[in-house]
Design a protein around this ligand. Structure first.
Ligand code: FES
Length: 89
């Protein structure tokens, strides 16, 4: 018997992380899905942190969470037959 645990994360929060550039958690998660791996990438893509910089600690937290979620999805995709088709990105 095989026990399979599937973790489903639903992010419905529209919390603004960077007030200066109106960047939300959703924008950061999308940037990570598109390949961003560090705050410098987020600044280049979204402008986040390019004014006062007060958003950078929260941006790092969201970035870290998003990278962890992406890694978990990558591992799940490698585990499931069909190479993870149908799994969330
Ligand atoms: S809140 Fe992000 S640069 Fe000011």
């Amino acid at each position: 018997m095989v026990l399979t645990i599937i973790r489903i994360c639903v992010h419905t929060s529209l919390m603004i992380v960077c007030v200066c550039k109106a960047v939300s958690e959703k924008h950061i998660r999308a940037a990570v899905r598109d390949g961003a791996t560090c705050t410098r990438d987020l600044t280049r893509r979204l402008g986040l942190g390019s004014c006062c910089g007060k958003c950078l600690p929260d941006a790092r937290r969201v970035l870290s969470d998003s990278l962890s979620a992406r890694e978990q999805c990558t591992q799940a995709a490698a585990f499931f037959p069909g190479n993870g088709k149908g799994l969330p990105a």
